[in-house]
Design a protein around this ligand. Structure first.
Ligand SMILES: *[C@@H]1O[C@H](CO)[C@@H](O)[C@H](O)[C@H]1NC(C)=O
Ligand SMILES: *[C@@H]1O[C@H](CO)[C@@H](O)[C@H](O)[C@H]1NC(C)=O
Ligand SMILES: *[C@@H]1O[C@H](CO)[C@@H](O)[C@H](O)[C@H]1NC(C)=O
Ligand SMILES: *[C@@H]1O[C@H](CO)[C@@H](O)[C@H](O)[C@H]1NC(C)=O
Length: 257
């Protein structure tokens, strides 16, 4: 009895294939038909109620049965394989195939489709250069990712730079970089990795020796103006509210005579 259950379980697991594809890509689900078979009927279905999405019967092919898959399916009537184009997150589910050949033999199979999202590229933020006593510059580079479960690491194209890595938290990592005036074009790469996937971005910071950058000045002036205006508007609203409250209080509870 135990052996029978075990055999049944193995048989069930054996007929389930797992396929995975990336969002927006195309994937082909194999029907598992033996190459010697001449297929007369192919039925691909989804859900427990076996909703047909692609069928081939009586020499007629129909791949436009379900709206969500319209224009995205191709059925190979020789192999029985089903191609789904432009994968969406909703395509991730179990697909069932039922085949019949010219000898009236039949065969079925299930494929579990996993739709993976490509790892997003990390974002690099470059902080302004500060000149260092005795020549050269130092600056911070901050690397972060919208995916909080990745590992982030820094690398650089040359070994000529002082390089301290400071791990701020899991989702971001900063480096303090020292550039001598001669090494103005060092490329820093931040790589995010998860399982066996990687994505990277790079930056080549340049600090100009001759011209101190005027942009940060502008920024801080704008910022000062902005703060002043915010303060002034805040003050005005505050006075207005106080005035209204004062008059309302006067109306509602007249001061005792
Ligand atoms: C998917 O297939 C279509 C049509 O065959 C093709 O134009 C497209 O480039 C393919 N997409 C990818 C990501 O391979
Ligand atoms: C399949 O079809 C081919 C040609 O149509 C034929 O030669 C072959 O014998 C067929 N095989 C079976 C198993 O029916
Ligand atoms: C089959 O099941 C799906 C989801 O459970 C449902 O949306 C669909 O209407 C059902 N189709 C039929 C014919 O009952
Ligand atoms: C960089 O490393 C190479 C060997 O890997 C070495 O020959 C070279 O001198 C190093 N450059 C500096 C500036 O340290």
């Amino acid at each position: 009895m135990k052996l029978l259950i075990l055999v049944l379980q193995v048989a069930l697991v054996g007929s389930l294939t797992v396929s995975s594809g990336f969002l927006g890509d195309n994937i082909t689900l194999a029907s598992g038909a033996p190459p010697s078979w001449n297929l007369t009927s192919i039925e691909w279905s989804i859900f427990s109620n076996n909703t047909w999405i692609a069928t081939y019967r009586g020499k007629r092919k129909n791949t436009e049965r379900v709206d969500r898959y319209k224009g995205r399916l191709s059925l190979n009537i020789i192999s029985g394989d089903l191609t789904i184009r432009n994968l969406t997150p909703e395509d991730a589910m179990e697909y069932t195939v039922d085949l019949i050949n010219t000898q009236r033999e039949n065969k079925g199979g299930k494929t579990k489709l996993i739709v993976k999202q490509r790892l997003p590229k990390p974002t690099i933020e470059t902080f302004p250069c500060e000149s260092v006593k005795g020549g050269g510059f130092q600056l911070f580079l901050l690397c972060s990712s919208t995916d909080k479960s990745v590992d982030l690491s820094w690398s650089k194209t040359t070994n000529a730079t002082v390089f301290n890595s400071l791990n701020a938290d899991v989702a971001s990592t900063a480096v303090k970089v020292f550039l001598s005036t001669k090494q103005n074009h060092v490329k820093f790469t931040c790589t995010s990795s998860k399982n066996s996937e990687t994505a990277s971005s790079d930056v080549t910071p340049s600090c100009d020796d001759n011209e101190p950058e005027p942009t940060p000045q502008h920024h801080s002036t704008h910022r000062k103006n902005y703060i002043a205006i915010t303060f002034f508007v805040g003050l005005l609203v505050g006075v207005l509210v106080m005035t209204v409250l004062y008059f309302q209080k006067g109306k509602l509870c007249p001061s005792p005579k």
